[in-house]
Design a protein around this ligand. Structure first.
Ligand code: XUL
Length: 516
C-alpha cells in the first residue's frame, strides 16, 4: 500500500489529496465547499452570518456532512483500500463541545446512518466558535489579569490572550452557559474532532494546533495549570492529551471501512492545525526556509531554531508537527490594502506591476504606513494610511509612488515585526494570490536578502497531512517526500538585487510613522 491521504477541514471547505509515494504522483484530489454543497446549513462562507457581539460560529455537523460527501467523491476517484496512511488538519482555534455520550457513540457508529445524525445528540453546544470570532475581549482581559499580565500569558503560551484563541472562547461559554459547560465532557479542536471521528476514539490534540488555545505551555508542551485555572474550572479533564505531531492517533474505525472501502486498521497520524500542516506541505518544516502567504491578510510562518515568544505580543509560537516549534504572524492589511491603493487610481494589476519599473527602490523618500483598517502587527487602531514625502505623493496624486510605497512598507514591516523569531532565511516560499507577481516577489527578496521561490504545490494544508501520514506510516523520510512533492516552479526563482542597506532610509522613516 503506497497511498497516503491528507485531509483539510478548513473555513470554507473540506478537501483531500491522495498521493502515491512509490510513483511520486498525486492520485486524486477532491473538495467540498460548504456553502455550495450544503446550503441547508445557511453558511454561504462556512460560518453562520450576522452573529451577535462579534460571534462567528459554524455547525460541526456541517463539517461531518462535508467529510462524507468528500469521501464519496474520493471513492469514485481512487481505490481507498490502497491508502496505507492518513492524516490531516483543521482550521485553527475552532472548538467542539461534547457530552458524555460522545465516547461510546464514535466507538459504535452504524454505517447505515450518517455521521451527523449519530453525533448530533453528543453536542453539548450546538455550534462551534471559529477563528473569526471576536466576542471574547472581556475574557482575554480576565485571563491576562489572572495570570498577571499579557506578557505573562505570552511567555507561557506563545501568544497573548487573543479573542479567537480557544481558551478565551471556552471561558465565555463557561460564563454564559454554565449548565452547558457542566454537561461538556470533552472539548475538541476542529482538527482533533475530525481525527477522533475517523479513529472512532478520542484523539489527542497536537502541539501545533494546541498552542492556538492560550492553554498549552510552550516550554513543557503540556497544559499549563495556571492558564487552565484562569480559563474555566475543571478544564483539564475536559481536554484530550496534548501530543507532539509525529504520533499515531489510532486506526480507522469500522464505519469508514464498511461505508467507503478503506482497508482495515489503516493507521491515522494525529491531525494538526492548518498553518502547521501548510508548513509541512510547503516543504518548510526545517529551519532555514520560511513561508510568506500573500492573501486577504498576509501571513508569515517558519520553523523556529529555538522556542522564543514575541516580546511585543503580536506573533504566535505553535508546535511544529515535525518536531520543535514554529512561528506565525498575521498582517491584517495584506491584499486588501494593495487592492485599495490600486483602486484609488483606477489601475488594473498590469498597471500596478508597471509602477515598480517606473519608480526607484526607496521610492525617492516617499513612505506610507499602508493600514486601511486596524492592524495587529503592530497593533494600531487606525483606518486610513499615513503618508510622508513629496506633496503630490501625500495628496494621493502619484499613483506609481503610492503603489511602491504600499508594498515596500508592507514587506519592511513584515521584516521588522518578525525579527523576534531570530530566523536566517536562505529561501522564502511565496504563496497566496499575490505571490505570482514578480515585482512584489522582488521587493520580498530585496528586503529579506533571500532567494524567493514559488512552488508548484497547491493545497499545501491537505498535502502536509498526506506527507506527515506517509512519513509516519509508510516508512518514507519526510525530506525525501518534500523533495518529490514540494518543487519550485521552473523559472520562478527571484534573487536579491540590492545591497542590505538599500532600504535603510525607508526603514527609519517608517519607524517614525509607526510611532507618530
Ligand atoms: C491562525 C488563524 C487562521 C486559521 C484559519 O491563527 O486564525 O489562519 O487557522 O485558517
Amino acid at each position: 500500500m503506497s497511498y497516503a491521504l491528507g485531509l483539510d477541514s478548513s473555513t470554507q471547505s473540506c478537501s483531500a489529496i491522495v498521493i502515491d509515494v512509490e510513483t511520486g504522483t498525486v492520485v486524486a484530489e477532491a473538495s467540498v465547499n460548504f456553502g455550495e454543497r450544503l446550503p441547508q446549513y445557511n453558511a454561504p462562507n462556512g460560518f453562520i452570518p450576522d452573529g451577535a457581539d462579534g460571534e462567528v460560529h459554524a455547525d460541526p455537523l456541517m463539517w461531518l456532512d462535508a467529510l462524507e460527501l468528500l469521501l464519496e467523491e474520493l471513492k469514485d476517484a481512487c481505490d481507498l483500500s490502497k491508502i496505507g496512511a492518513i492524516s490531516g488538519a483543521g482550521q485553527q482555534h475552532g472548538s467542539v463541545y461534547l457530552n458524555n455520550r460522545w465516547g461510546k457513540t464514535i466507538q459504535s457508529l452504524s454505517p447505515e446512518l450518517s455521521l451527523a445524525g449519530q453525533i448530533s445528540p453528543c453536542l453539548s453546544r450546538r455550534t462551534s466558535p471559529i477563528w473569526m470570532d471576536t466576542s471574547t475581549s472581556v475574557e482575554c482581559h480576565e485571563i491576562a489579569a489572572a495570570v498577571g499580565s499579557d506578557n505573562g500569558v505570552c511567555a507561557k503560551s506563545g501568544s497573548i490572550a487573543i479573542e479567537r484563541f480557544t481558551g478565551p472562547q471556552i471561558r465565555r461559554f463557561y460564563k454564559n452557559d454554565p449548565e452547558g459547560y457542566e454537561k461538556t465532557a470533552r472539548i475538541h479542536l476542529v482538527s482533533s474532532f475530525m481525527c477522533s471521528v475517523l479513529c472512532g476514539a478520542d484523539a489527542p490534540i497536537d502541539t501545533g494546533d494546541g498552542a492556538g488555545m492560550n492553554l498549552l505551555n510552550i516550554q513543557t508542551w503540556n497544559w499549563d495549570f495556571e492558564l487552565l485555572d484562569a480559563t474555566a474550572p475543571e478544564l483539564k479533564r475536559r481536554l484530550p492529551m496534548p501530543m507532539q505531531g509525529k504520533i499515531m492517533a489510532g486506526r480507522i474505525s469500522k464505519y469508514f471501512v464498511s461505508k467507503y472501502g478503506f482497508a482495515d486498521n489503516t493507521p491515522i497520524t494525529i491531525f494538526t492545525g492548518d498553518n502547521p500542516s501548510s508548513l509541512v506541505g510547503m516543504g518548510a518544516s526545517k529551519p532555514g526556509k520560511l513561508v510568506v502567504s500573500l492573501g486577504t491578510s498576509d501571513t508569515f510562518f517558519a520553523a523556529m531554531p529555538s522556542v522564543v515568544a514575541d516580546p511585543h505580543g503580536c506573533g504566535h509560537v505553535f508546535g511544529n508537527p515535525t518536531g520543535g516549534s514554529m512561528s506565525l504572524q498575521c498582517f491584517v492589511n495584506g491584499s486588501l490594502a494593495r487592492e485599495e491603493v490600486k483602486d484609488k487610481f483606477g489601475y488594473d494589476w498590469d498597471q500596478f506591476t508597471a509602477a515598480f519599473s517606473n519608480t526607484p527602490i526607496g521610492n525617492d523618500g516617499n513612505v506610507m504606513l499602508p493600514f486601511f483598517r486596524p492592524e495587529i502587527s503592530p497593533r494600531m487602531d487606525i483606518d486610513a494610511p499615513i503618508l510622508n514625502g513629496s506633496e503630490s505623493f501625500v495628496n494621493w496624486e502619484d499613483a506609481d509612488a503610492a503603489i511602491r510605497a504600499c508594498v515596500e512598507a508592507q514587506v519592511i514591516n513584515m521584516k521588522l515585526r518578525t525579527d523576534w523569531m531570530q530566523l536566517k532565511p536562505e529561501v522564502i516560499y511565496l504563496t497566496g494570490g499575490a505571490s505570482q507577481n514578480d515585482a512584489i516577489a522582488q521587493v520580498v527578496a530585496d528586503v529579506f536578502q533571500a532567494e524567493v521561490q514559488r512552488l508548484t504545490v497547491s493545497g499545501s494544508v491537505a498535502l502536509g497531512g498526506a506527507l506527515r501520514a506517509a512519513s509516519k506510516s509508510l516508512g518514507v523520510q519526510l525530506s525525501d517526500l518534500e523533495g518529490t512533492f514540494c518543487k519550485a516552479e521552473p523559472g520562478s526563482t527571484i534573487t536579491p538585487q540590492v545591497r542590505p542597506r538599500a532600504y535603510a532610509a525607508t526603514v527609519d522613516k517608517l519607524a517614525v510613522l509607526l510611532h507618530s
